[in-house]
Design a protein around this ligand. Structure first.
Ligand SMILES: [Zn+2]
Length: 331
């Protein structure tokens, strides 16, 4: 790629390789330093190339565990095609256990297609977009709610307007077989990996596995098995029976991406509904309390749409502009 960002990986070489994409990062502490992104390549025989990525957001641990275990356990002789596995796509964020990079505040999943001459996080996005994605026939990106949000365990896809591409994406979503599958209508417009992959004609899904800043064990299992089920579906790796899961996914088509509930004052937010509840427009989502001034009555915060409560804030203390709930509104 650029003189500053490079890798010694030979993506066409058969066998198992573990090395790094190096993003040049010359700083006082390390004049010739790089940000090393760990990359595993498993290539054997003929077949499609699948990118399995986690650690785009550093505080979403379930996918990082699932991809790390895949890298440690995968037998390359069973592969038909190529698996590119990345367990920590934005290493400074992963090491910090933070959503964004402490180096530049970069949110990797908002910065695609990236910028070759930009900040370190923009350059990571650029490298993945320009050097890795063109090799890929499918993308599985692993996320979770992170520190601030907790999520139902689900896998998401988005429609592209290309019926054939959408069918391939839907096949991957069905194979992943998360408890809930959300299909968002149209592009989200947020500079994320799934979206830029779709724009390149590559079917792409994103798993969302728990969150709240911890490690959700059940979600980690769903994520790990989901990767294997998609690899089997794509013909890249035969499924070990232990990962087979009865078809259980609840498919929901999502009309839009606007059903957020916000608070516009500081305080402590008390949820009234559990994840998975069906809630109605106008219903009270919860109460905003002011323990620092109990003369103020708790303020009801209401949903503006009717839908499935699949995402809610995990942290009690809120500031103006914090999102406390997000609904899946059926199409
Ligand atoms: Zn994420």
């Amino acid at each position: 790629m650029s003189a500053r960002d490079w890798s010694d990986l030979d993506f066409d070489k058969p066998g198992r390789q573990l090395s790094w994409i190096r993003i040049g990062h010359s700083i006082t502490r390390s004049g010739y330093g790089v940000i090393p992104i760990p990359v595993a390549v498993f290539k054997n025989g003929e077949g499609p190339t699948v990118l399995v990525q986690a650690g785009c957001h550093g505080d979403e641990y379930e996918g990082q565990i699932a991809v790390s275990r895949l890298i440690n356990q995968l037998d390359v002789s069973k592969v038909s095609g190529r698996i590119i596995a990345v367990s920590a796509a934005n290493p400074p964020a992963v090491v910090a256990g933070a959503r964004v990079s402490p180096i530049d505040e970069g949110n990797l999943n908002r910065l695609f297609p990236g910028d070759e001459f930009g900040t370190p996080t923009q350059r990571i996005a650029h490298f993945i977009h320009d050097a890795v994605l063109p090799m890929c026939d499918a993308v599985v990106d692993m996320h979770a709610g992170g520190t601030s949000m907790e999520l139902m365990i689900y896998c998401a896809g988005g429609t592209s307007g290309d019926a054939a591409l959408d069918r391939r994406m839907q096949g991957m979503l069905d194979a992943f077989n998360a408890p809930v599958s959300l299909t968002f209508k149209g592009m989200s417009g947020g500079g994320n990996l799934s979206q830029v992959a779709r724009e390149m004609g590559i079917p792409s899904i994103a798993a969302e596995l728990g969150g709240g800043g911890g490690v959700n064990v059940e979600a980690t299992r769903v994520g790990e098995g989901g990767i294997y089920r998609v690899l089997d579906h794509l013909g890249v790796l035969p499924l070990d029976e232990k990962w087979r899961r009865p078809d259980a996914t609840q498919p929901i088509r999502i009309a839009g991406n606007r059903a957020y509930t916000y608070v516009y004052d500081a305080g402590v937010f008390e949820h009234l509904h559990p994840l998975g509840a069906i809630v109605a427009a106008g219903e009270v989502a919860g109460y905003l309390h002011h323990p620092e001034n109990p003369q103020r009555a708790p303020e009801p915060i209401r949903f503006e749409e009717t839908g499935l409560l699949y995402c809610r804030r995990a942290i009690g203390r809120v500031q103006p502009g914090d999102c406390v709930a997000h609904l899946a509104v059926a199409a």
